[in-house]
Design a binder for this molecule. Structure first.
Ligand SMILES: O=C(O)CCC(=O)C(=O)O
Ligand SMILES: [Fe+2]
Length: 333
């Protein structure tokens, strides 16, 4: 794709436009990804149009127990909305003024450049944009004003992903033997977090996102056509394939707790590649701040006692390092 002259000039002066990986991005040997594994073909891909069928519930449950991850296709979110959202986010990351652009001092979004995520002296090969989404009408007025159309495009995306999230949570409720409406009114897309991973001269040395669990109920991730997500399965990092128009869904810590450990929240990370920029859009579907997260009563029996203590979600948020200070503020916690 041809870049216009502003984008080309911006690219040329960027931190990632280098021949060799600068020292601060080179992770120690035990953490760096090394040789990248081939795409894993056993990670389940679930056709969700058949969501009324009992075997869809069974597929989702099996994947959630074994991997903590699955992909969904035929999910009903129009491809056009995915492409428009990815485009407006790519355009955001290409704006020279992305760090300073705001909306009259009332902005509620945070841009993080590659050196904003330094851990133990190491920098991540990514940049990130995050903002709250709930309640949507109030939040979106304080989202980025530029690029043109950002708020309209992204709010449409969030509305669609919310619907999909409800469907998936209903299927999981059914699979767990909870009432179908168990999560109604207590969950929604709270935070949207978009990552841009520029091409990297040596992906074996760098990381886009360090290994972590998501502190959500579930996370719904769109990664377009470029792979880079890895999941730890039985002690081995496996690579999640990039299926055009699919979403990757993963179980977060809070759903693992509610399920009393039946479904699991898996460690995952993002790696880079040398040929093309990768954009990923994570929608964190979280419980509301005053929801007490604990194993569902129906899942606690004499044979399977509660494995987790009850915690007010906002206290969990305040007590964990999983959220940076900005994200904590966004959580309404
Ligand atoms: O970019 C990715 O594939 C992963 C991002 C992620 O794990 C997150 O934002 O929590
Ligand atoms: Fe994650």
């Amino acid at each position: 794709m041809e870049m216009d002259s502003t984008a080309a000039a911006n690219y040329a002066s960027n931190w990632f436009n280098v021949q060799n990986v600068p020292k601060s991005y080179v992770f120690p040997e035990e953490v760096r990804p090394g040789e990248l594994p081939p795409v894993c073909h056993t990670l389940p891909v679930i056709d969700i149009t058949k969501s009324v069928q009992a075997d869809t519930v069974q597929h989702i449950m099996k994947a959630s127990r074994e991997f903590g991850f699955f992909q969904v296709i035929n999910h009903g979110v129009p491809a056009e909305i995915l492409l428009d959202t990815a485009k407006v986010l790519r355009d955001f990351f290409e704006m020279p003024e992305k760090e300073s652009s705001d909306s009259g001092g009332k902005r509620n979004w945070v841009y993080g450049g590659s050196t904003s995520f330094t851990r133990n002296g190491f920098d991540l090969w990514r940049e990130n944009l995050k903002h709250p989404c709930y309640p949507l009408k109030d939040c979106m007025e304080h989202w980025p004003e530029k690029p043109t159309g950002y708020r309209e495009v992204v709010s449409t995306y969030v509305t669609e992903v919310n619907k999909l999230g409800n469907t998936i949570l209903q299927l999981i409720s059914r699979g767990l033997g909870l009432e179908v409406g168990y999560f109604d009114g207590i969950s929604g897309v709270e935070i949207l977090s978009a990552n841009n991973y520029p091409p990297c001269p040596d992906p074996s040395l760098t990381l886009g996102v360090l290994k972590h669990h998501d502190p959500s109920l579930i996370t719904i991730l769109y990664q377009g056509n470029v792979p880079g997500l890895q999941v730890l399965k039985d002690g081995v990092w496996i690579s999640v394939g990039a299926i055009p128009n699919a979403f990757v869904v993963n179980i977060g810590n809070q759903l693992e707790i509610i399920s009393n450990g039946i479904v699991r929240s898996a460690l995952h990370r993002a790696v880079t590649n040398s040929s093309e920029a990768r954009l990923s859009i994570a929608a964190f579907i979280n419980p509301s701040p005053n929801f007490i997260v604990e194993p569902a009563q129906a899942l606690v029996t004499e044979l399977s006692p509660a494995q987790y203590k009850p915690t007010l979600y906002k206290e969990f948020v305040n007590g964990t390092n999983a959220f940076g200070p900005h994200t904590k503020a966004m959580q309404r916690a």
